[in-house]
Design a protein around this ligand. Structure first.
Ligand code: 3EB
Length: 364
C-alpha cells in the first residue's frame, strides 16, 4: 500500500474555513489561490497578507461549488518564505509556490519600446519570477495561473490577451526559457474590471524535477498556433505530469473547444462542453500513455470550470455529468475566456496525493 503521507497536497476550502485553520496548519501552506467576487473579500482582513502564506485573490464570482473558493497547496516538510519586490513565495526542498500582483503601468520612457502597459507588466512579472527561480534553484515550472482584467478588450491596436502572450514570450526568451516543447502547463483568464488597479495576477508552482510536458493529439500545440491568434504563439503545454516522491500529479491546462487550432461550435455551449471534455480525455490518455500506467481518468479529476455566461452553467454541468458520470468534483466560476468565441474553459488537477473535499460539500 502507498503510505498516506505525501509530499504535496492540494485542499479546497472556503475562505472562512481557510482563515479559521490553526497557525500550525497555515504554517504548512505553500500557497493558495482564492476565487471570489471582490465584495466577498472585504472583511477577510483576519488573513495576514504579509506574514501568512502567499495567496492570490482572483475577483471571479463562484457560480457553483460556493464553499470551495480556495485551492490550497500544503507541504509535509519545513517551509521557508520570502519576497522579491511584488513577488512573494514559500518553498520546501522540492517545490516553490510564488504569487505576484502587477499593476498595469506604462513602461518608463527609457525602456519604452512601444510596449503596452499589460505587455510591460507581463514581461516584467515573468522576468522577476524566472530570476527568482534561477536564484533559488527551482528551474522547472510545473504550472502558471494567469488572470487579467478585460482579456477580450483591445488597446494600442492589439487584443489584450495578445499583449499578454507577447510580454510572456519575450520574458521566456530573455530568460533563456524554451518556448517550444518543454513549456509549462498554464491558464489565462479574464476577470471583469473590479478593483482600483485591475492588476495582472499570477501564481506559479515550480520544482527541481523536470515535469513531462503533455500535448494533445487532437489539438495543434499552442506554441505552434498560427499568427491569426496573435503575434506570438502562447507559451504553454496542454498538461504537465509531475513526479514528487511517490506521487504523480497532473496539471491539465485551461482546455477549450479547440480542435487543430480552430474554435469549434461557436455559440453552442453544450457542444463546446462536449468538445472540451473530449480534449481533456485525449490529454488524459496521453498522460497515461507517457506514464506507462492508467493513473488518470475523467472521474478522478478536480475541475475548475470558467463560464463566460452565468446562465450557461446548468447546461455545462449537465453535459459534464453525461460525459463523466453523476459525481465529479468541480467549481464553476464566471470568467472571460481568451478567444471571444469560446464560452467556457475547463482546467483540472489530478494526483494520488490530492485531498478533495467534494466541491464544498464536505468539511476538511
Ligand atoms: C487554448 O487552448 C485556450 O495563454 O496560457 C488555455 C490555456 C488557453 C492557457 C495561456 C490559453 C492559455 O488556446 C486558451
Amino acid at each position: 500500500m502507498k503510505p498516506a503521507a505525501t509530499v504535496l497536497q492540494s485542499t479546497h476550502l472556503s475562505f472562512s474555513e481557510f482563515a479559521g485553520q490553526s497557525g500550525q496548519w497555515k504554517n504548512s501552506v505553500l500557497g493558495s489561490l482564492c476565487f471570489s467576487h471582490p465584495s466577498q473579500f472585504a472583511g477577510q482582513d483576519n488573513f495576514d497578507h504579509l506574514s501568512g502564506p502567499p495567496f492570490i485573490q482572483v475577483p471571479m464570482s463562484i457560480i457553483d461549488g460556493a464553499d470551495c473558493c480556495c485551492e490550497i497547496w500544503r507541504s509535509q516538510t519545513a517551509l521557508t518564505q520570502g519576497q522579491r519586490g511584488a513577488l512573494r513565495y514559500r518553498c520546501d526542498n522540492e517545490t516553490l509556490f510564488g504569487v505576484m500582483v502587477m499593476p498595469e503601468v506604462p513602461a518608463a520612457p527609457s525602456e519604452q519600446n512601444q510596449q503596452t502597459p499589460l505587455q510591460h507588466a507581463t514581461e516584467s512579472a515573468y522576468r522577476q519570477i524566472f530570476a527568482l527561480l534561477d536564484e533559488l534553484d527551482y528551474p522547472f515550472v510545473l504550472r502558471f495561473w494567469n488572470y487579467m482584467a478585460d482579456i477580450n478588450g483591445a488597446s494600442h491596436g492589439l487584443e489584450r490577451y495578445h499583449q499578454f502572450t507577447l510580454g510572456r514570450q519575450d520574458a521566456f526568451l530573455a530568460c533563456g526559457r524554451e518556448v517550444i516543447g518543454k513549456v509549462p502547463a498554464a491558464c489565462a483568464l479574464g476577470y471583469t474590471p473590479a478593483m482600483a488597479q485591475n492588476p495582472l495576477i499570477i501564481a506559479v508552482l515550480a520544482g527541481r524535477t523536470a515535469p513531462l510536458a503533455i500535448e494533445n493529439p487532437r489539438q495543434m500545440s499552442a506554441y505552434r498556433y498560427p499568427l491569426q491568434y496573435g503575434p506570438r504563439s502562447p507559451s504553454f503545454s496542454r498538461a504537465s505530469l509531475v513526479s514528487l516522491g511517490q506521487d504523480a500529479l497532473l496539471f491539465i491546462s485551461g482546455t477549450a473547444s479547440i480542435v487543430g487550432h480552430e474554435t469549434l461550435h461557436a455559440k453552442d455551449v453544450v457542444a463546446q462542453t462536449r468538445e472540451t471534455l473530449a480534449n481533456i480525455k485525449a490529454v488524459l490518455d496521453e498522460a497515461n500513455r507517457q506514464s506507462g500506467q492508467p493513473l488518470f481518468n475523467l472521474a478522478n479529476l478536480y475541475y475548475r470550470v470558467y463560464v463566460r455566461h452565468v446562465a450557461d452553467m446548468l447546461l455545462i454541468r449537465e453535459e459534464m455529468q453525461r460525459s463523466i458520470g453523476a459525481e465529479f468534483k468541480a467549481v464553476f466560476l464566471q470568467a472571460d475566456i481568451c478567444r471571444p468565441d469560446l464560452l467556457l474553459e475547463i482546467e483540472a488537477t489530478a494526483g494520488h496525493s490530492l485531498t478533495l473535499s467534494g466541491a464544498g460539500r464536505g468539511k476538511p
